[in-house]
Design a protein around this ligand. Structure first.
Ligand code: PXP
Length: 250
């Protein structure tokens, strides 16, 4: 089977179940329960971001996810020694290296790989050696893709935030330009042998054009699905996202 023939995977990011839980400081709602529900509803993987400030997902959540999940965990983390230690202890299926700033509300941009190549190459080597698939969250930028390839990442995840923001702002020229850039860079990254994922800010309105890229193997979607779960329930929210993804691929 070639890379193109695989089913487009949906990774459900459960960070914001933890955001709601942490608003009251207790145990409810439980992100692990949400992850199991997402699994049953057709998620191909679960994504969770253990931030340095633990503002949503906690170390205990990662322990619980590693124990409870039947589908792969995509562990999002900053390139810090502490996170590397945690990842090496758990050895999740995948680690996705993301930039992290304490003051940001969410992951605002892609990782700067090109200017930090040497450090990142050394940083990801033990993760790869431990059997984790290493993914790098980057902008659709040839320089960053080349650098991700050179440091030995197996996967890149393209940051769809600009594409989604321009749609929300009604700036359709920018929206189309962002989409074109991602289309071109998915093809380019795939030609280098990198597996291509995409995510950040995707909704029912924005998912299909990205899902239609034949090189994209996985979409990681969180905030919108957890929000939509308030209105229609988590399982139906995921089912509808899967339907749109499959439609786009057909
Ligand atoms: N992919 C990566 C690398 C992310 O950092 C995030 C946000 O944590 C997502 C996907 C999901 O973004 P959203 O929650 O906006 O769907």
């Amino acid at each position: 089977m070639t890379q193109y023939e695989g089913r487009l995977r949906l990774g459900v990011n459960i960070d914001h179940v933890a955001t709601v839980r942490n608003a009251r400081g207790g145990d409810y709602p439980d992100p692990i329960r949400a992850a199991k529900l997402a699994e049953d509803a057709g998620a191909d993987g679960i994504t969770a971001h253990l931030r340095e400030d633990r503002r949503h997902i906690t170390d205990r959540d990662i322990d619980g996810l590693m124990e409870a999940l039947s589908v792969p965990l995509n562990f999002e983390m900053a390139a810090t020694e502490e996170m590397q230690r945690i990842a090496l202890r758990h050895k999740p299926h995948a680690v996705c290296i993301v930039p992290e700033k304490r003051e940001e509300r969410t992951t605002e941009g892609g990782l700067e790989v090109a200017n930090d190549e040497n450090r990142l190459a050394h940083f990801i080597a033990p993760l790869r050696d431990a059997g984790c698939r290493v993914s790098i969250f980057i902008a659709a930028d040839r320089r960053q893709i080349d650098a991700a390839h050179r440091i030995g990442a197996q996967v890149i995840e393209l940051h769809t935030g600009g594409y989604c923001d321009s749609y929300a702002e009604g700036d359709m020229d920018a929206h189309r330009a962002e989409l074109e850039k991602m289309r071109e860079m998915s093809t380019y990254a795939h030609s280098l042998g990198l597996e291509v994922h995409a995510g950040h800010g995707l909704t029912y309105d924005t998912v299909k054009p990205v899902a239609a890229f034949p090189e994209v193997m996985e979409l990681n979607i969180g905030h919108f699905l957890i929000g939509e779960a308030i209105f229609r329930g988590l399982a139906p929210a995921i089912t509808e996202m899967r339907r749109l993804m499959e439609d786009a691929r057909a």
